[in-house]
Design a protein. Sequence first.
Lengths: 157, 503
Amino acid sequence: MSFFRGGIGMRLADLIGGVVVLILGLAVVFFSSQLPYYSEFGPGPGFLPLWVGVVFIGCAIFVIINILRKHDKIGTFFKPRTKLGLQVLVIIFIAFLVLPFLGFSIGLALFIGITMRIMGKHRWVSCSLTAVVTAICIHLIFISWLTIPLPQGLIGW
Amino acid sequence: MDLLNNLYTGFSIALTFNNIIYCLVGVLFGQIIGVLPGIGAPTAIALLLPLTFKANPTSALIMFAGIYYGVAYGGTITSVLINVPGESSTVMTCLDGYQMALKGRAGAALSIAAIGSFIAGTVSIVILMAFAPALAKLALRFGPAEYFALAFMAFGLLMVFGGEQPIKTIISTMLGLLISTIGLDVVSGMPRFAFGVPQLLGGFDFIIIICGMFGIAEVFSSIEEPEEGELVKSKLRLRDLFLTWQDWVASRWAIVRGGVIGFIVGIIPAGGITTASFLAYLAEKRYSKHPERFGTGAIEGVAAPESANNAASISGFAPLLALGIPGSPTTAVMLAGFMMWGIRPGPMLFQKNPDLVWGLISSMYIGNFLLLLINVFLIPAFVALLRLPYTIIMGFIVIFASVGAYSVNNNFFDVWMMLGFAVLGYLMRKLNYPIVPLVLALVLGNLAENSLRQALMISGGSLSIFFTRPISAIFISAAILAYLTPVIRWALKGLRRPKVDTA
């Protein structure tokens, strides 16, 4: 129960991390055991991944036992500003979703404008101006000057 | 004579107008990156790498090298003026540099950092010029057994220089190795962990992982825990930068010792510039007749780590150029650059591309000189950068990372993968899993696996090949010792623990 006191504690987060590594190790062992371990000319394609999986499992068990044995408090996983970080992650996620339709110049410019507004609490005018300048800079630098074939979206810019 | 010939070849390339501009842009960019929070040298180079695809490789490498050693100069400014290291390699500078600033001696601290870095850096370049070709000559004798043993030793050294939790360092290293196995196996041609996804058959491009794990992940971490410090409110005038005679006397040997420690640590795989500055500071404190002054504004406490980090950033090029083995995340990204341009670093590089090698090395003299001038005359301009809102910096990182990831293969799959690696990098940081071992294992993974397989093919499956060849045996012995470090540390801790008197 001490795991849950005061939100998700670092111990619980660490324990979850250990379990994820353990599951990953088991999966790696499973999939690499389907590859030839040894071939005619020495170690096969399954050789290294299998041992990587075994080390994963060993380390994960060590981590899990270590966490269960210790009882000292080592802080919480979520910090006061974690929510802000998650908001930015969501905005980046949405920006990447719309990039094929809006193009890199406009899509990333909108991203800058919106994050400036949400994170920095800048005025709408500053946000809009920065977004416009960003769109022009991205287009001029990456598309016109460096000739990187970035998608230009439905607007074609 | 060879050395002078090489120097002449190098300068005839580095001193062309084009390359001087690349060098200037590199050191200026490095200085800016060093000042800005939340972005380091590996990220900066990874973000710029896809944009230099069409550039001349020598010019691009001159610029990237400039960023690498320029970052250490820039990071010093924030360490001294706001007690926040702009770079991990300038953490130790905060201890005495900020104290000096509080006493009104910020100018002297910044000055000794720049001069110490310049002296140690320049001497390191001279040693690098002599040492790197010798190392390359030795590497010509390397076979698969030696290359595997070297990579095996590098993984072991990660545990020596890694964080406090060696088990997490191992997990991180294994994750890097696992990612390096994704895609078609080069020996058998069989797909591994691709799960029928065609984009995964070629494996993950290194740039995507670096942009995600160092670039965007750092954005999340910086938003969550911003590094805020208070700017020391004293105006920096040019005359404040001049050092007194006492300053010189106190710092001269600190610069020499820091430089030597930095050079040696920089060569060691997984050593890196942060470890170099840390060890130089500790050594200086131990050597000092007045160790109690350290932490209260001792100028040698600034001179030693600053000289060390610059020397290490220079010597780090020796294993990269001569062996094709990167010792730090930044040189690992540069290795990705070499691959992108179709150049294979290693012993043959000195014979096949002497222009590139000597042009790059000679440009470091120019770069260090430019940085000295920049740091003496332009510091106020860089201090002004500290007022730049983080949202703007974050925006730049996201733009460069997403353009960089897209331009690798011109598809959105890589952009999404980069975001996935960003989340992974952020979670790993939060749970204290170090990122550097993952990156180095990722870069060295293919070399380690292929060398191991080739060596065992040669020996008919016998492991004795690694112990009977002298160079390989030395590397393997060092590796075993490195892997045992946590056990040795644990045993020593037990011995030193005072016994409880139960009587």
